[in-house]
Structure formats: structure tokens, C-alpha cells
Design a protein around this ligand. Structure first.
Ligand code: 13P
Length: 234
């Protein structure tokens, strides 16, 4: 199959590949890990296909898919990501979502594997940008278990940890979704460092509320959970 009409989406294709290359360079993905999708103006999507290293991906290797994840156009033999149901559920649940990024950034994924929510309000940038980050329930990859597990959390969060798996971010556009993954991984590293240094010190509730109230003046888009914790029984 020739990629012909998709040439009009070359800017978006190049941006997806740029994000994929950054994710690999940052060590957030190994082998074929991770997937990225972007919603197009006609309600269809450009996405990474299944089974390709994000270091080697190039614009013509992306797949153009419909709202069911069926291939509209793409390279001969290319198939949709095994996680496309998870991506499509983000778009179904949230009209404001224009891009979805899934990766396995190692420190954030460490929290997902330890089943530890990143829900301590300890660092001003993270409080303003995303708020608490829950670990969503375990789901077998490629099945509806994953979209069903994340759906309730998407109503309040743009950044999620996937139990024993990795991380998921959404945004109005791809750069916003990608930046949220950067914010998550940096916050996970800082939280781990603070833990090793004797423990995080939380910000007062008054100051947390003030920080959340500053989102509009900073022009932050998307959802925020407010002051919300997810402490699980270990
Ligand atoms: P795909 O290659 O099917 O996109 O899957 C990669 C992955 O990270 C699954 O979690």
C-alpha cells in the first residue's frame, strides 16, 4: 500500500517520529516498546504501528487508522499497535485529547511496578502541571482490560501509571502529551531521590490550593484532580 494522501500530514508524521526518537534516546523504551498517536482533524488518527523500535521509525512507517483502529493506509503488512484500544479509549473519553503517548520511563515505571502512587504534593511544578498521579489497576496488554482500567481515571488525570507496565499521558497536542511524560519521569526521579534522602516533605494544603489556582494564569490545559490521594493498602 502506498502512502499517498497522508503526505499532507507530513508535519505531524515528523513530529511523531521526533517524539519517538526522543523517547528512545531518553531510555524510556527498549526494543519495540511504546506507542504514540495523534488525532487528525477529520477524526482519524496517525499512530506508530506494532512491533517497531522507536529509534528506527520514519514518517512513512506510521499507520493511518480509523476510530476502530482499522488501517486506512500504511506500509505493506503494517498493523495497528497492540495498545491501540488504550489510545482510542483516551480519545473516546475525552474530546479535548488530541494526542496520546505510552512509554516505560524507568523511574516512573518503577513506581508502577511497586504499585506506589505518585500522589504526594511535594513539588510546585508537578502540582501545577498534573497533580497526583495514580497507579491504575492491572490489565493484560492489548485487551480491553487496560482501557477499562484507565477510563475512570481519565476524567481527572492527564498522566497515569499502568500497574506493572508503564505510563500513559494525554494532551491537546503531541508536544503537550510528550512534555507530560517528561514531567512524570523527572518527578519520579526527584521523589525517589527525596525518599533516599530521608523522605519527601509535603507542601501545606493552603499552598497546594494556591498552586492549583495558578494553572489558568500559566495557561495549563487539560484535567487536574485537585487535591486527591490514592494511597493503597499494601
Ligand atoms: P506495540 O509495538 O504493539 O505498539 O506495543 C509496544 C508496547 O509498549 C506495549 O506495551
Amino acid at each position: 500500500m502506498e502512502c499517498t494522501k497522508e503526505l499532507q500530514y507530513m508535519d505531524i508524521r515528523e513530529q511523531i517520529c521526533d517524539v519517538c526518537h526522543k523517547m528512545w534516546q531518553l531510555g524510556w523504551v527498549a526494543a519495540n516498546d511504546g506507542n504514540v498517536s495523534v488525532k487528525l482533524e477529520d477524526g482519524t488518527f496517525l499512530a506508530t504501528p506494532t512491533g517497531i523500535s522507536k529509534s528506527f521509525i520514519t514518517p512513512e512507517k506510521l499507520v493511518h487508522i480509523d476510530a476502530k483502529g482499522e488501517i486506512i493506509d500504511g506500509p505493506e503488512g503494517a498493523r495497528s499497535s497492540s495498545e491501540i484500544k488504550m489510545h482510542l479509549r483516551c480519545y473516546q473519553e475525552r474530546e479535548d485529547v488530541g494526542a496520546v503517548v505510552h512509554a516505560h520511563p524507568p523511574t516512573a515505571t518503577g513506581y508502577a511496578v511497586a504499585n506506589l502512587d505518585l500522589d504526594r504534593y511535594t513539588m510546585i511544578e508537578t502540582i501545577v502541571a498534573v497533580g497526583s498521579i495514580p497507579v491504575t489497576p492491572y490489565g493484560t496488554p492489548s485487551t480491553y482490560e487496560v482501557p477499562n482500567a484507565i477510563a475512570p481515571y481519565l476524567q481527572e488525570h492527564d498522566v497515569l501509571l499502568l500497574a506493572n507496565h508503564g505510563a500513559l499521558t494525554v494532551g491537546a497536542d503531541l508536544i503537550t502529551a510528550y512534555y507530560r511524560m517528561e514531567t512524570l519521569e523527572l518527578y519520579a526521579k526527584i521523589s525517589l531521590t527525596a525518599h533516599l534522602l530521608g523522605g519527601e516533605k509535603e507542601i501545606s494544603r493552603d499552598n497546594i490550593d494556591r498552586l492549583i489556582g495558578m494553572r489558568e494564569s500559566y495557561g495549563v490545559t487539560g484535567k487536574h484532580p485537585g487535591f486527591k490521594r490514592y494511597r493503597k493498602e499494601k
